[in-house]
Design a protein around this ligand. Structure first.
Ligand SMILES: Cc1cc2nc3c(=O)[nH]c(=O)nc-3n(C[C@H](O)[C@H](O)[C@H](O)COP(=O)(O)OP(=O)(O)OC[C@H]3O[C@@H](n4cnc5c(N)ncnc54)[C@H](O)[C@@H]3O)c2cc1C
Length: 325
């Protein structure tokens, strides 16, 4: 019988909390019987090692340094590469978040190995992994295997693998690692946070998006009210963003963010191929559109031919009733 691989997961955290997408990677790796390591970088982050253990990390490589307090690809890759090399990493996984998208290509280039990005499926077979990733703006998917030697590296879309149940009885061995960061060329001086208190569209398990049909920025209030009931994020089509109804960080699609939530509700969005590229792997898609022929209905699990301004407030009230009971 094949034995598992040595899998290293790069842990991501923000504001003192680990990201759920990190738990997905740990859970998938440990459930497949791999020797699962987590790499945890930052300053004053030691407490988080415990939680990584609950989600399946057998070992946590902890690097604490003031220069790692805020993410930079330069400092993070300098800290991570020696851990991968000395630990004999066979597989390296990170979430396909802005950080993962920035960091992993740099590490792969430095280690002279390939990288499969934005994977939506991941399977392990002994020391090898196979991943599936969308191509042609999500019109097709391809299966990728890695050839040659060196770690197999992949970034995985958030919500693609599912979050495992934590086991508080499990703990990880914490290995304190020192990072020789040398002279760094980049330094984060300040972080300007966005004003929204809602979850980011890439991380939320429910996303409610509005399109051009919203007509103006104020009308998005009805989507925000429904989002507040459901604990959802609010997204937008490019037409809505270009019209100035929403900031670009909310744009879903080929030139925006790629989301894969449990539930995606598209309100007044036609379903152009570039929008579908960003949301078609959502587990359940609900579309609200006045045009019964709109292409969004071809990918929707549930479609409602209706004026969104009538339907959304009704839906919000129904969701609220269910929530209150
Ligand atoms: C290179 C490139 C990259 C792009 N990247 C992106 C991207 O990242 N994301 C993205 O979204 N788009 C992207 N686009 C744009 C894309 O092609 C579409 O133009 C855009 O998605 C359309 O947005 P929309 O569905 O909101 O608007 P429309 O296509 O105008 O659709 C509005 C829909 O609302 C319906 N409607 C109208 N009134 C109501 C009502 N009262 N109630 C319910 N329904 C109503 C209409 O029937 C219609 O279907 C890109 C285009 C290009 C060329």
């Amino acid at each position: 019988m094949a034995t598992g691989a040595k899998v290293f997961v790069i842990a991501e955290h923000r504001d003192g909390r680990l990201k759920k997408s990190t738990f997905e990677l740990l859970g998938a790796s440990s459930a497949a019987g791999n020797e699962t390591h987590a790499i945890l970088l930052g300053d004053g982050v030691a407490e988080m090692a415990k939680e990584l253990g609950h989600y399946g990390a057998a070992k946590v490589h902890l690097v604490q340094n003031a220069a790692l307090k805020h993410y930079t690809s330069e400092a993070y890759s300098k800290a991570i590469i020696p851990i991968l090399q000395s630990g004999g990493a066979e597989v390296v996984l990170a979430s396909h978040t802005p950080t993962g998208r920035d960091l992993m290509p740099r590490i792969a280039a430095r280690m002279n190995v390939g990288l499969a990005s934005d994977c939506t499926q991941l399977s392990f077979d002994g020391g090898k992994i196979k991943v599936r990733r969308p191509v042609y703006a999500g019109k097709a998917t391809c299966e990728v295997e890695f050839l040659g030697s060196g770690p197999q590296m992949a970034t995985v879309r958030a919500n693609a693998l599912g979050i495992p149940k934590p086991d508080t009885g499990k703990s990880a061995e914490v290995i304190q690692a020192n990072a020789d960061l040398g002279d760094l060329k980049t330094k984060v001086l300040d972080l300007a946070k966005g004003s929204s208190a809602r979850p980011d569209v890439t991380e939320a398990s429910i996303v409610i998006s509005g399109g051009r049909a919203m007509k103006n920025a104020e009308n998005f209030k009805i989507l925000e009210e429904m989002a507040d009931v459901l604990g959802a994020a609010v997204g937008a089509s490019r037409a809505a963003v270009d019209a100035g109804f929403r900031p670009h960080r909310d744009q879903v699609g080929q030139t925006g963010k790629v989301v894969s939530p449990s539930l995606y509700i598209a309100c007044g969005i036609s379903g152009a191929i570039q929008h579908l590229a960003g949301m078609r792997t959502s587990k359940c898609i609900v579309a609200v559109n006045t045009d019964g022929e709109a292409p969004i209905f071809q990918v929707a699990d549930y479609g409602v031919v209706s004026d969104l301004f009538t339907l959304v407030p009704l839906l919000k009230d129904e969701f609220k009733k269910v929530k209150d009971h």
